[in-house]
Design a protein around this ligand. Structure first.
Ligand code: PLP
Length: 390
């Protein structure tokens, strides 16, 4: 008799280690305050950095697109699934990013999978930061390329890997722009300089930098003034942009190649009209987002300094992602639960997403949080911290 016993056993093991997490079901849309079990809770874990999920103009654009095009696109991009709004979105994204071209995928996850799997062949080498996102790791796994991993942001190890890679056809250095668990920024200027020295391509995944870093949220390449020197920029439309989707900003030849090779692009239906129109509208919104982004960074600086003043360890954070490092998994989840009792939702993140002794409660500050909200969260942190860490 077929049985799921082994799955059950693994789940029980997770339960014993305090790592079993049922889904949290929310009764309202993404925002600073959200409804959970009929109760209003201060939410500090979304990627809705600019609060755009509720933007009136973007909602209007989505509704108009549904009325004009219907609810689905009806096909993959290569058949009848490229609507004019998909095409416009790519043109606007390329203009926004300052690249020749852009290609949109269903998500940031599939963008990484599709692009890495297409660009890397058996004669190539990929050199990747150890803390890169799961979608990068999976994208690399799909290829027959030689893999080299360097310790997080260790530029000596990166250089050593580049030196060893002279014999390969293509060398591609891959990094997150902003690392999602620690909220630190990749040393892109050094990565670019090393890549130029050893004739390699630079691939940056700006999921947490899109709409956050650089002028109007153009990302880490813009933040560091490296236009024209980063070959592949992955962005997401699912985080600060407020909808869902991913894209690559790149040279036209790369886009043309991906249209013929990238499997999630070829074999999965395109974004719905509402999503494409929402993203198109979001790019306009980002063009006038200076104040919102300034507020986001002001909130992040305030919250981080106050959390540190309370005696907590915020690790390497230098962005609106602000982890509070707790330690072992069970204690981390307990801390998160205590915060929720105080009315603050901040997600506990534990092994295997981070190292066993580096469990953390991850706060993500947004532009929607008011000073009162942040002070409310600080009070809860203080109270919960006293109970669990002393
Ligand atoms: C969230 C994230 C992704 C995935 O983006 P989605 O659009 O949510 O699929 C990819 N890379 C990094 C670094 C991320 O943080």
């Amino acid at each position: 008799m077929a049985s799921w016993n082994t799955l059950q056993q693994e789940l029980e093991q997770l339960q014993m280690e305090g790592r079993y997490r049922p889904l949290t079901v929310w009764e309202s849309g993404s925002g600073a305050w959200m409804t959970l079990n009929g109760r209003s809770v201060l939410q500090m874990s979304s990627n809705n950095y600019l609060g755009l999920t509720e933007h009136p103009g973007m909602k209007e654009a989505a509704i108009r697109a549904i009325e004009k095009y219907g609810v689905g696109s009806g096909s993959v991009r290569t058949i009848t699934g490229t609507l004019d709004i998909h095409d416009q979105l790519e043109q606007e994204l390329a203009r926004f990013k300052g690249t020749e071209a852009a290609l949109v995928f269903q998500s940031g996850f599939t963008a990484n999978q599709g692009v890495l799997a297409s660009l890397l062949g058996p004669d190539d080498v990929v050199i990747s930061d150890e803390l890169n996102h799961a979608s990068i790791i999976d994208g690399i796994r799909l290829t027959k390329a030689q893999r080299k991993v360097f310790a997080h942001k260790d530029m000596d190890q990166l250089e050593a890997a580049l030196k060893e890679s002279a014999g390969f056809q293509k060398r591609i250095v891959v990094t997150d722009g902003v690392f999602s668990m620690d909220g630190d920024i990749a040393p892109l200027p050094t990565i670019v300089a090393l890549a130029e020295k050893y004739d390699a391509f630079v691939y940056v995944d700006d999921a947490h930098a899109s709409g956050v870093l650089g002028k109007n949220g153009k990302g880490s390449t813009d933040h560091f003034g490296l236009h024209g020197r980063v070959h592949i920029q992955i962005g997401t439309l699912s985080k600060a942009v407020g909808a869902v989707g991913g894209y690559v900003a790149c040279d036209q030849v790369v886009k043309d190649y991906l249209i013929h090779k990238a499997r999630p692009f070829l074999f999965s239906t395109s974004q719905t009209p509402a999503v494409a129109a929402t993203c198109l509208s979001a790019i306009q919104v980002l063009g006038q987002s200076g104040d919102l982004i300034a507020k986001l960074w002001e909130n992040a600086a305030y919250f981080r300094s106050k959390v540190q003043a309370l005696g907590f360890d915020t690790g390497a954070s230098e962005t609106p992602i602000i982890p509070v490092i707790v330690g072992n998994p069970a204690k981390t989840m307990q801390f998160s639960d205590l915060l929720l009792q105080e009315g603050v939702y901040a997600q506990g993140i534990v092994y295997p997403t981070v190292a066993m002794d580096k469990g953390r409660v991850r706060f993500i500050v947004t532009a929607q949080h008011t000073r009162e909200d942040l002070d409310f969260a600080l009070h809860a942190l203080h109270k919960a911290g006293k109970q669990i860490l002393e």
